[in-house]
Design a protein around this ligand. Sequence first.
Ligand code: ADP
Ligand code: ZN
Length: 607
Amino acid sequence: MKKNNRPLNNSLIENKLLRIAILVAALIITGVALWLPTFTTPKPITLTDLANDIRAGEVVTIQDTTETGELLITYRDGSTEKSMRDTASSLLEQLNHLGLEGEHLSAIKLEFVRSKGLIASRTLSTVISLAMVGVMGFVALRVLNKGPMGEKKFTEGEIPDLNFSDVAGMEENIQEIQDIVTFLKEGNKYADMGAKMPRGILLVGDPGTGKTLLAKALAGEARVPFFAMSGSEFVEVFVGVGASRIRSLFKKARAKAPCIIFIDEIDAVGRERHGSGGGAEAEQDQTLNQLLVEMDGFGSQEGIIVLAATNRVDVLDPALLRPGRFDRRITVGRPDVKGREEILKVHVQGKKLAADVDLMNVAKATPGLVGADLANIVNEAAILAVRNNHLAITMQDFEEAVEKNIAGGVQRKNRVMSDEERRIVAYHEAGHAVAIHETRLSDPVYKITIIPRGQAGGYTMSLPEQDTMLMSKNKILARIIGLMGGRAAEEIFFQDITSGASNDLQMATQLAEEMVMRLGMDSATGLRVFPQPQGYAALAAPRTAQKTFESIDESVKNILDSCYEEAKNIISTRRNAVERVADELLEVETINRERFLELMEAEPVLA
Ligand code: ADP
Ligand code: ZN
């Protein structure tokens, strides 16, 4: 440690001395320059002396420097003197004042010259000023660079010292960009085959999930330069600055292609445009337009891949998502237990761990946390170990670090759910899955997870096996039953219900209203459809009788009620299956289709 520090310190001091020396030298030069004229000029004679000499007939010529009023006097005997007139009026006027008449003056040759000395001294002082500004600017930059604010905001086209092995628990995402690596490494191959590579890839995911890391690792893996910028940088200053930054970023990148351009927080630039707006919006427009121009401007052979990160696709301008721009989308989710364990493993590399440390247990204690949180926890644990005088990081250090991270305000949004909350979410999602599974016309369950995403504590995904054009009445009813499964499980297993189902109920209600009011699928209201009133029509007198309104309400309520009953039926009948799924969710957090089917088939299926 000591050994390493010394040369560093020395060079720091040298740097400082050098800077001080430059400053002192600059000051001396300025001083000299200011005094210079007085040093070189002999003491001038007064204007009165000059007048007397003229009267005595000794003066032959006077050279008058117009701008400065300096006078160079040549005498009959060839000697010269200098004098000074007042610059406010002409020499003749002033000599007249001193009592000289035309007859004295007519004998003298008057020459008017421009100031050489003045030009020289002006040039000199300009040069000195410029030098001073330069020196000051240089010093200021150096000083600022040391501060956190002066840190370079983007890496300028270096090949990152990272590869896919530094990215843990994101195998699927890595798989999705494997072809990009090949393309960047041996682009010609693809071009020869006529294959088109995406120009833009959108990485969608919550903050800290490793989007930047993935982009960097991609560049590192392909051994190509990495250019990065954040969308928020583009919109901050003056109109046009954002656009010109985009231009120069792409220009630099083009010179180094094949390469990766990474734009973080693209939503700051690419927010959907809403008609006319203020200055900020105009700026954003210009920046976005420039980005679109640049992305359209390079061919797919050029080998530039633009990766952009956001956690909000919904606000992006559709223009960005059009083919040839960001037409590939990769969702970067929060890691599950296994993923969290792997991320922890990456970050403890090179750190000493005590024998009692079980990273799986740390992973289990941190549901909902993302890679950035876990990196913080490992770091914090290492600091605590030092503070606690431990020889290696112990499990106790980890526990403290986890608590700190969860309590600490930094990532409050990523707060860890309480055990009770997790249990409710697990049963809620298991309820959805089982209700969907046991409803004949439902789309198969594809994935169940209790990893929180956005507002939701978890989600159950079911996907159709093939595209369908038509929705049948029974299929819609099956959807509603599936949506009711969550709330039904809460009621059956906890004898209480939570706000967690609000989104489900909203969707179910919408579907039921759709059936009754627009699809003519309810026998009570019949085939009549009720167009949604808009604009003026909404204000116009209702064309629907009060009685009809009542019957619509009633029909919607009936559909929802009967579907809820059906869901409760399924959950009670398959109680054991729901428990198995919920327990497994609490253990591993995510269940895929195959595993779900195994769990369902562990006992006879519902008749
Ligand atoms: P994002 O760009 O999604 O906000 P970052 O890529 O900046 O997130 O992640 C911040 C830090 O968190 C990374 O530098 C890394 O240390 C850590 N991290 C995040 N995800 C992972 C991961 N999957 N594997 C290893 N480290 C990760
Ligand atoms: Zn739900």
